[in-house]
Design a protein around this ligand. Structure first.
Ligand code: SAM
Length: 240
């Protein structure tokens, strides 16, 4: 899968793209990350990318021209491509949207700055507006990193084990069960006995019950949409 990021600050991306799971996936050719500096598509000696808002008011607005020309210069590798503008006013990003985007061949992410981008960019040049949460960032770059991380790890072959994202939180609508590793006792706190038992069925049931308990305690809203089995419902009624 290929990510294209349109930004005024391409240097912000290097550490993320070169290290960890993303770095390995890029090296292996499973993910491709192409950075476009919007300023390279601005005109005039000063390559201005922003201007004062019509109607007055504080702050600057990103000009439509440089963004639209930058979008036009991005090579489209497939019809399965989507242009996403990062904005606090967009659809809230979640695991379902991450899966939807992971099914594409190319995702083009446009990062705003200042007061945001000229509204006319949205009409005809952007397929979708996406927000990573109900708060306001200074720029779309950190939002683009969040989207690339969540989407990239769903691309087949990016994670070492094919199954390792299936048990993650939100995959079946629940928060994941707790994890423990060595040592067996840490500052007087023991690993739950069941995890040392070697009894795979007991471990499965314990983990499922823990996932249900956590979700009930921390995110009861998720339970309304989760795919629950009869066993889950029984565990939940015992927990309640
Ligand atoms: N004036 C805008 C508003 O109130 O909707 C906020 C602009 S914000 C300071 C600058 C840029 O940061 C936005 O254009 C967007 O690209 C990015 N941004 C800020 N918050 C975001 C969020 N929650 N999700 C995605 N992008 C965000």
């Amino acid at each position: 899968m290929r990510f294209d990021v349109l930004t005024l600050f391409p240097d912000l991306f290097a550490p993320f793209v070169e290290q960890g799971i993303m770095g390995r996936a890029v090296q292996q050719g499973k993910l491709d990350v192409c950075l476009t500096n919007i300023r390279d598509h601005a005109r005039g000696a000063h390559r201005v990318t922003d201007d004062r808002p019509y109607g007055g008011g504080s702050g600057m607005v990103m000009k439509a021209g440089p963004i639209v020309r930058a979008l036009g210069a991005v090579e489209r590798i497939s019809d399965r491509c989507r242009v996403v503008l990062l904005t606090p006013q967009g659809r809230l990003f979640d695991q379902d949207l991450a899966w939807e985007l992971a099914d594409l061949d190319q995702l083009i992410l446009v990062c705003g700055r200042y007061e945001g981008v000229d509204e006319r960019v949205l009409k005809g040049f952007v397929d979708q507006e996406v927000s990573i949460g109900d708060y306001v960032l200074s720029g779309g770059e950190s939002a683009a990193l969040v989207v690339m991380d969540a989407v990239g790890r769903l691309v087949p072959g990016v994670l070492g084990s094919e199954d390792s994202n299936r048990e993650d939180s939100f995959e079946d609508g629940l928060l994941e069960h707790p994890h423990y590793t060595r040592p067996r006792v840490f500052e007087g706190r023991e690993v739950p006995e069941v995890l040392l038992s070697g009894d795979h069925e007991r471990i499965r049931v314990w983990r499922r019950a823990q996932a249900l308990k956590r979700t009930l305690e921390r995110r009861p809203d998720l339970l309304e949409r989760a795919r629950l089995t009869e066993e889950d419902r029984r565990i939940l009624s015992e927990l309640k």
